[in-house]
Ligand binder design. Structure first.
Ligand code: SF4
Length: 170
């Protein structure tokens, strides 16, 4: 038995982190960075059949300043890399990234000079989704994994460890 037993009825004990993280994880604003076929699968994920709104992430934004969860869906080549980094930098803090599909995660079968071999060469990634393309259920699973990660974060520290774009290997 702890201090809770001696509190007046209706008093709730929690921490600032718990309250902030609860709000953040249940009101994610996704911005899709869709460059290829995985983008079509992302459209399925936000459709009524799969209803990403059950996880508080249905308000898709196409302005980085209104978004906090970037979903990179598709192949990213080096000409795109600078654009991806700039859009990521324009997102509000705190922000998170889901890498959707093998192309975004590792270049996939596009193992050539033009394609970035994983977007984590450019921006930090919080959750990776394998598959070609991943099914919408896998995207929902990634959102839930991200929610679990957000639960453990502290408002005092930043989770960011951005790789400068000029370190991108060519
Ligand atoms: S992982 Fe497959 S489905 Fe997704 S962008 Fe690459 S080739 Fe297309």
């Amino acid at each position: 038995m702890g201090i809770e037993a001696n509190l007046p009825e209706g008093v709730l004990l929690t921490t600032v982190d718990t309250i902030l993280n609860w709000g953040r994880e249940n009101s994610l604003f996704p911005i899709p960075y869709a460059t290829a076929c995985c983008g079509i699968e992302f459209m399925s994920t936000v459709s009524s059949a799969y209803d990403i709104g059950r996880f508080g992430a249905e308000a898709v934004r196409f302005s980085p300043r209104q978004a906090d969860m970037m979903i990179v869906a598709g192949t990213v080549n080096y000409k795109q890399a600078v654009i991806l980094k700039r859009i990521y930098d324009q997102m509000a803090e705190p922000k998170w990234v889901i890498s959707m599909g093998v192309c975004a995660c590792s270049g996939g079968f596009y193992d050539n000079y033009a394609v970035v071999q994983g977007i984590d060469e450019i921006i930090p990634v919080d959750v990776y989704i394998g598959g070609c393309p991943p099914r919408p259920e896998a995207v929902l699973d990634a959102v839930m994994k991200l929610q679990g990660k957000i639960e453990t974060e502290s408002a005092k520290t930043s989770h960011l460890d951005t790789v400068p774009v000029d370190t991108v290997k060519r």
